[in-house]
Write a protein that binds this ligand. Sequence first.
Ligand SMILES: Cc1ncc(COP(=O)(O)O)c(C=O)c1O
Length: 416
Amino acid sequence: MSTPWSRRFAHRTRTMKSSAIRDLLKLTQNPEVISLAGGLPANELFPVQQFKDACRQVLDTNCSAALQYGSTEGYLPLREMIARNLQRYGIEASADNVLITSGSQQALDLVAKLLINEGDCVLVEAPTYLGALQAFNVFGAEYVSIPIDHDGIRTELMPEAFQCGPTFMYLLPNFQNPGGVTMSLERRKEVVRFSNQHGIPIIEDDPYGQLRYSGDHVTPLFVLDRENMNGDDHYRFGNVIYLSTFSKLLAPGLRLGWIVAPPDVIAKLVQIKQGADLHTSTFTQLVAYEVAKDGFLDEHVKLIRQVYSERRDVMLDSLERFFPGEATWTRPDGGLFLWVTLPEGMNCHELFHEAIENKVAFVPGSSFFTDEGEGTRNLRLNFSSNTPERITEGIRRLSEAVKTQLQKTRLVSTTF
Ligand SMILES: Cc1ncc(COP(=O)(O)O)c(C=O)c1O
């Protein structure tokens, strides 16, 4: 007897949908299409020679460790290096507070397994990172969302949102994906105050924090939370779990991220990770450590900042030059994205098809919301992965598509 496989899948798979971004990206495979869609780092900045040298060095000097099973927590020298680097941002952690994960996407999955019971309410920003929603959905999360503005999450709306008794808050304080905005210090303090007052944990997702091109560093929630603890043993009782990754600093193909958390949390996450993949690739961890150590990572991040900052400026200038006056956009101080808002009545899905005709792609804003019908006149644009020339041409093509759609929208509204 045979039954369609889809009827055999577990209940938890019912909420899984193929990511809209992935489906749309298929349409952008054509090399003639300038894709401003994916969150890709620039290919040409990958430190290829350093990786070649590091692979040889690791295999020549440490091949047993590199090719053997390793500890679930991760390669100790790498965890120590991450802990040292975090101290620059005021995050006082030791290797015991660090768990290496297979990208921060796995960190989101592990944290979801750790904290979400079916039907639990998770507080998210609107818009928020789509990959986090995919990770949380599997465990039956429900959502309460709070809009962001230029200073990040609108904390004045928190008391109402807290009525659902959220299991945790998932927040992106630096150069938010997709919004491109940074949470102000005031708002961060408010968030930590709420978290403390109600005992609600915060997942601080910070893949872009080191990619700042303008403005001043703002204290992480993790650090503010510690300051709030008034001398309590923060590493046992702190409210913040901090996530970051090498994806945007070295290469996403490494699949290397990390979680910083109190030891009790790390211990439970280690058990969960054992069931998922035993440990993150030892070979990759050793190679990444070899590349990053002795100051190379810092030098490399400086180069990335310089190149992406120029690309951000080119995109902002091109938007100014080509886009209709009714459109607005964020001016990110870092990260990879900016967020465009089109006039009332515009539909980003219709615009997407028009844009593909014009050989340019973006991600429709609606993908980043938990509520249907939101983000329909928003676009997420990536400025890291194309050369300045292609960015300018991409924005020019996109502006043509926007103008055509705008005319159609006006025609429809005057017909009625
Ligand atoms: C906010 C955010 N969190 C997590 C991730 C996942 O990153 P990783 O490549 O480390 O899995 C991304 C990737 O773009 C992201 O933007």
